[in-house]
Design a protein around this ligand. Structure first.
Ligand SMILES: CC(C)(COP(=O)(O)OP(=O)(O)OC[C@H]1O[C@@H](n2cnc3c(N)ncnc32)[C@H](O)[C@@H]1OP(=O)(O)O)[C@@H](O)C(=O)NCCC(=O)NCCS
Length: 131
């Protein structure tokens, strides 16, 4: 079992949850620093956010998603936030891709994520099913 506190053991396997909320103004400040920007987000995420009129909300939502996934994993695996990547499929639904990892166990995880953002806050919830 990966974590003890926040796991629900049901027939489908182990369910792990993570949640994060972030202030938009904090991310707005942080991404002015290009080192931070490129340390956290990959090129496609940057491309996605930069074409949006309220880009900071989209950056913040992605940051929250990365942290939510990290929390769901309980910090169990050494995976950098940059390698927890948010992609949007054709209908806009966000999906998580884990990049640059050869940790075999991570390939057995099904990750679901949901994002929401306003002018002030972005939130994300992640649910991971280990089977
Ligand atoms: C897609 C939709 C759910 C987004 O909701 P919203 O309140 O406008 O915006 P939120 O900030 O809560 O959510 C935005 C995030 O939803 C996610 N999202 C977009 N389409 C999605 C979909 N089809 N499924 C799941 N998540 C989706 C994205 O992650 C998006 O953020 P991102 O662009 O930064 O990745 C909404 O626009 C929609 O189409 N709702 C359908 C129901 C409807 O028609 N309601 C209106 C009745 S009056």
């Amino acid at each position: 079992m990966l974590c003890e506190k926040f796991c629900i053991d049901i027939n489908l396997g182990i369910i792990m949850l993570g949640i994060d909320i972030i202030e938009i103004k904090r991310i707005k400040r942080l991404i002015k620093n290009k080192n931070f920007l490129y340390r956290i987000f990959d090129e496609e995420e940057i491309f996605y956010c930069e074409k949006k009129s309220r880009k900071h909300e989209h950056y913040a939502a992605r940051f929250a998603a990365k942290e939510a996934v990290w929390k769901a994993l309980s910090g169990e695996y050494k995976i950098a936030l940059k390698n927890i990547v948010v992609r949007n499929i054709t209908n806009g639904k966000p999906v998580i891709v884990l990049k640059n990892t050869n940790i075999k166990k991570l390939k057995n995880l099904k990750i679901e994520v949901s994002l929401s953002h306003t002018k002030e806050y972005a939130v994300s919830v992640a649910m991971i099913n280990e089977f």
